[in-house]
Design a protein around this ligand. Sequence first.
Ligand code: PMV
Length: 348
Amino acid sequence: MAQVFEATCSAPVNIAVVKYWGKRDTSLILPTNSSLSVTLSQDQLHSKTTIRASESFTEDQLWLNGKQESISSNKRLVACLRETRALRANIESKDESLPKLAHLKIHICSENNFPTAAGLASSASGYACLVFTLATLFDLRLNASELSIIARQGSGSACRSLFGGFVAWEMGQNDDGSDSKAVQIAPETHWPELEAMICVVSDAKKGTSSTEGMQLTVKTSPLLQHRIKEVVPRRMEDMIQAIKDRNFPRFADLTMQDSNQFHAVCLDTYPPIFYMNDISRAIIRIITEYNKSGVKAAYTYDAGPNAVIYAPRENMPEIYALLSHYFPGAAFADSLGMLKEQKKDWTP
Ligand code: PMV
């Protein structure tokens, strides 16, 4: 029987506090601005991937949440496979004793424990997990920033899930993407009181994918040009400082302002894109009211209606009670675990 090589890993989601929206190169996935995110614990939301390689497999195959999907029609997945196989082939060419894995066909089985494509960063954890599992299978021995360059080509935001804690995606200057990578600003242990609550307003698949949405925004929104030139560079610096100082009111103001501007840019896109719904907007009003006596919580929304609330742990019970009072029927999955170094949880 042919030998089977196997690796299984799991990876967490990250939720941006300075949003990435817009590509300057759509195939390499190079962004029009740098971004910054917080990696959540894996307790509530994660992707888990098993990859097997064997001489007996006749083609590459993929199962996503139990359903078989095409690999060849997914250019980004093909790019991640091509890059990791090329690196493995290079290692094998230098060491004759290594098993020849680069030419083997593989079977990929990946699952999210939360709704896919509902604006809950499933592509971020999914591609981070894929690339980390491939790197484990092929024993690539790259550091997290080097791996982030490959994961970025699967889904931009995925590059930030390679680190725990507070992570910047530096947009880079080079045309080949070699300097467009994730770096850790501070580990999760830096600010253990900070927690995130996920409010699942809707688990329906989003109407406009982030890829389509970004392309339309880059083509049509004058506000995006203002954002990338005049706002984000300064905001990145301010956000990094707020995180270093563990200054929650400053962190919260910047987070909410950036979420608001991202959705304003979506509205400025023509035709406009709406990701938030009435419940999302009601949650913004509730948090704004709650913050009147001092900033105690920050909301942020990605490309979907679901809210993520960042707050110090001591405020979470009050926030949960407040939101449940207004929306008793809504499903709230709270992610109250401490932010963790996710690499320890990855199980090769
Ligand atoms: O990586 P993508 O294509 O899923 O885009 C993610 C975009 C946002 O989630 C809206 C913002 C971000 O920085 O994660």
